[in-house]
Write a protein that binds this ligand. Sequence first.
Ligand SMILES: Nc1ncnc2c1ncn2[C@@H]1O[C@H](COP(=O)(O)OP(=O)(O)OP(=O)(O)O)[C@@H](O)[C@H]1O
Length: 483
Amino acid sequence: MVAQLPALIIIDDDPLITDTLHFLLGKDFDVYVAESRMQARSTLRQLETPPPLALVDLGLPPVPHKPDEGFKVIGELLAHAPTMKILVLSGQNEEANVKHALALGAVDFIPKPCDVERLRQLLQNALKLQDAELSETASADDDWGLLGNSLPMQTLRTQIAQFADAPFPVLIEGESGSGKELVASCLHRFSRRSQQPYLSLNCAAISPNLAESILFGHGKGSFTGAANAHSGYFEDAGEGTLFLDEVGELPLELQAKLLRVLENGEYQRIGETQTRRSRARIVAATNRDLREEVRAGNFRIDLYHRLSVFSVRVPPLRDLDQDRCLLLEHFNQFYARETGQTPFVLDSQAKERWLGYHFPGNVRELRNIIIRLVAKYSGQVVTDVQLASELDLMHSGLDQGTGNGADVPLITDENAMASQAHKHLQIQANVNLDQVLKSWERAYVDAAMKITHGNLSQAAKLLGINRTTLYSRIQLQQDYKGE
Ligand SMILES: Nc1ncnc2c1ncn2[C@@H]1O[C@H](COP(=O)(O)OP(=O)(O)OP(=O)(O)O)[C@@H](O)[C@H]1O
């Protein structure tokens, strides 16, 4: 029997690149190609299981000269398949783009043009790590698998233990990469259903036309292409647990059907009149604010109340204090062991930065940073500057809806800047443009100096200007203040 090749999706709008890579990598990978975010979405929905690997260009239509579509693709791919390993292959390799792509969850950034052999190696390494991570999770059977001793983590474990055996649904809320899926699997493992099936369905990953059949099944001939009767997730979960990830993505019609199952356990396969009964325990997760979705009319309030009989909030990594060091230690050892390297050590300043960093991509981002540090600094002492160059200091804490600066427009987001300017001009008749620009500049300079603990060279690097320019701008600002 021929072994199946691992699947790889390449998302790039340049046919020369996709044709070449398809040809050269096709021997080792089962390659799928998409030239836009939309096409990637539809390709993924047609696949039974998501590809373990993705190669993503940042500049994609409709804005190929900017990285924004590529950033969105990274988020969408991870929402679709949280364990997917994403490598970015892009010519837009300015430092800020590299760092942001990595903070969003990409495991590596390869500037174009690239050496195909190196690319093949990187893809194969990523695949090996993914296998190791998956077997690590599987072997965590008798253990929580959920690391951390901080107070929020202790509270989370207590909640899991309290809710595990209850028959009611649990709603798990938390930012992307914070460990919601892990919490869902703990709820199952610590329940008396643990010997029953545990099924996980990512609602963001299913096509809206197929969602009903996937959830509830269909009878033979119930729609074109339904040659045989098929059971759905509710039936297959039996008396076990059905985990509905990204539940906020379910279309409204299906929300009504889900509500019915939650209310009385009843559902029907498409095209059948027989009413069936579900005994599965429902656990749902979301990284959206579902109350906000209810207010916006995108999510049914009755379903929200049903799902959130018990609700668990997974804390973001930035609230876990010393757990950041514990996770660092654990993953440093783990990836060093898996790759045959020696763990690295952070020097004291780097450690301080580690403890102060916001981790916008949470534990997923932390794992990826450690993979890179192990590869680069095996057995070495990592300095503050070396660590800083792996972190997304520019976007950190600004774009996660965290409440700390979520409404601050990113300097790269022209639409947000334009709307801010619009509002400003509407409420203030005489705006002094020079003063506005000066205060923006001062805010960025101050922030950079604070983040780098007053290190002029690092602050200049962060701001994309040279040290002398930064120095003279600080002087000018001080003169201006003194005027
Ligand atoms: N406390 C933790 N201890 C150990 N590993 C963790 C912890 N929290 C998260 N992880 C790991 O971080 C990665 C991301 O976690 P997970 O997929 O559960 O996040 P999520 O909140 O479901 O993300 P998304 O919303 O993007 O699907 C996984 O590899 C998971 O095993």
